[in-house]
Design a protein around this ligand. Sequence first.
Ligand code: ADP
Ligand code: ADP
Ligand code: MG
Length: 661
Amino acid sequence: MFDKILIANRGEIAARVITTARRMGLKTVAVHSDADANAVHVKLADEAVRIGPAPVGESYLKIDAILEAAKRTGAGAIHPGYGFLSENPDFVEAVEAAGLVFVGPPASAIRAMGLKDAAKKRMEEAGVPVVPGYHGEGQDAKMLAEEAERIGYPVLIKARAGGGGKGMRLVERAADFADALEGAQAEGRASFGDPAVLVEKFITSPRHVEIQVFADSHGNVVHLFERDCSLQRRHQKVIEEAPAPGMPDNVRAAMGAAAVEAARAIGYVGAGTIEFIADGSEGLREDGFWFMEMNTRLQVEHPVTEAITGLDLVEWQIRVARGEELPLKQDELGIDGHAFEARLYAEDADRGFLPATGRLERLRFPEAARFELGAVRVDAGVREGDAITPHYDPMIAKVIAHGATRQEAMARLLAALEATQVGGTVTNLGFLAALLRHEGFANGEVDTGLIGRDLEALTAKAEMPAHVPVLAALAAAGLDHPPAAQDPWDALRGFRHWGASEIHVPLLHEGEPLEVALVKDGPGSWHREGSETAVSRDANGLAVTSGGRRFRAEAAKHGHRVTVWDAGRAWVFEIPDPLAAAEAAGGGDGIVAPMPGLVKRMRAEAGQTVEKGQPLAILEAMKMEHTLTAPRDGVVAEVLAKEGSQVSDGDLLLTLEPQDD
Ligand code: ADP
Ligand code: ADP
Ligand code: MG
């Protein structure tokens, strides 16, 4: 058997797998692209092999480079993580042909679940409930419209090769069917090279409930209960939990049995997930859930299952790959408490959740609850100082909390997020914290439409607490830490000061100027002029007195930017640079690429009159398309970026003529 394992992935999941493999006494091999030469997973592994340049097509998706790395290092097994090659049956066959062990299911099982229509047919035959609908070969538009009529509106058209929510169209009435069909087919062809679709009943009040299954090569199959992943934004999971709120024992047993049946039907081996859609309109019912698809790999959200079962799923994967029997039987498995996972991403909720990049000038997680084993867990693939690049998924970390009850786990997760500090990029931290304060979610009233319905409230701007600008000013002036041996006036250069006891600090917050006057009360002690808010520096950092409360807070300055962290929110201020401001005023305006990417469409032409908000270009970056819109009404002066061209962060794509007024 193997004693050295290669992890064909990066980021948090590679680090996660390495950690368990090492604990089991295995030697580990990391592979990396040029962009990841100093990444966490490379540091953690015993050995690391460079497999190519940054783009995934030239590194993490290159089967031959990965096999070559395994050969060179003498690794006997390959763990694929999730994403990348994890659900590629050709990869599995290549690994096995090279005489290595693939830590995952057989290629045949991946193929059986690869296309949604074939998978549904297979599941129907196995007696697993599937969403009522049409999943046959025929693709004639008239016939599909008749099928939709028969199924009954609303219906969902899905590209059979689809994934990641692409190639899906919800149709509410017959009149809209033809257009929606064309749209789904076009997206299927463009994204997956396959225009074929299936049509299914759209379940109202849908809940995404999935079952973790595990099978060994001796015919044993168990399930490790369910996860509820109903909190989704554009079909992408945001917060997951286990068990599902309001899950009756009989429904859990029925879903578990159906999932085990599904795994058996395709000769499954290893860890897998059966995704069901459930009708939550009258609570979870035995006859109210249907098979949606199977993910033939370890899932991103597997830690919530680990938290409630106390098991290490990666350890199970490796033991199964070694040919061992499953460590436990179904009746030896149980649920302990409740767990949540939140996915922390570098993304900008204010700009339609646009993925963001940047160097993580600050990355601090709450100190693990030191007096309680495992209440909070952080799976991070990056450290402070690392960069989030446009080449890969912008995930920073997964924060997982466990508790005896749902309420306790939820409170722990919120506290953990509130204590998390990220600087150098925008994140969805505030959005995650807002979700955890959502009343319906707190009551367990979840469905896949929750985020969409309440998006405005969930992304609403919080009012800036009074102490935030004071801390920002203090940090901007370099007064948040004891003066170093340097000339104390260095830190103050650029600020107007009237004697040593009062300084005026000019700041910008979201483009709006803000001036804070700080009055010195004593050594390391300041208050904001005309207010009760005071901050003092002591050996432990900064202590704030504001609104009758006394609490600790943190701020940091990085270059011309200052960040203040407060209850899960990061408040970012710019320190205005008079020279840069003059330059900006002289230049024209237009659309600037918010990140590096490919200009997929350019809809603007010189001389064209455009309205504020009008889509003008589509930028493809981070595996997603981003629509760039006109920042104001105006006339396009010049188009600088051609369709199909690669652009860098900050490149001007087109200019608008100066406004006359
Ligand atoms: P799951 O279905 O496991 O709940 P998702 O489908 O949201 O989770 O996430 C899986 C996706 O994550 C992959 O399909 C891929 O797009 C992305 N991904 C792949 N590799 C990585 C990685 N190393 N780190 C983060 N994300 C990745
Ligand atoms: P993907 O391969 O893109 O993950 P899925 O078939 O798993 O596609 O569907 C993605 C999401 O779309 C689900 O998690 C669920 O929120 C929603 N969805 C899928 N099928 C239905 C349905 N029949 N009714 C209501 N919502 C659905
Ligand atoms: Mg899915």
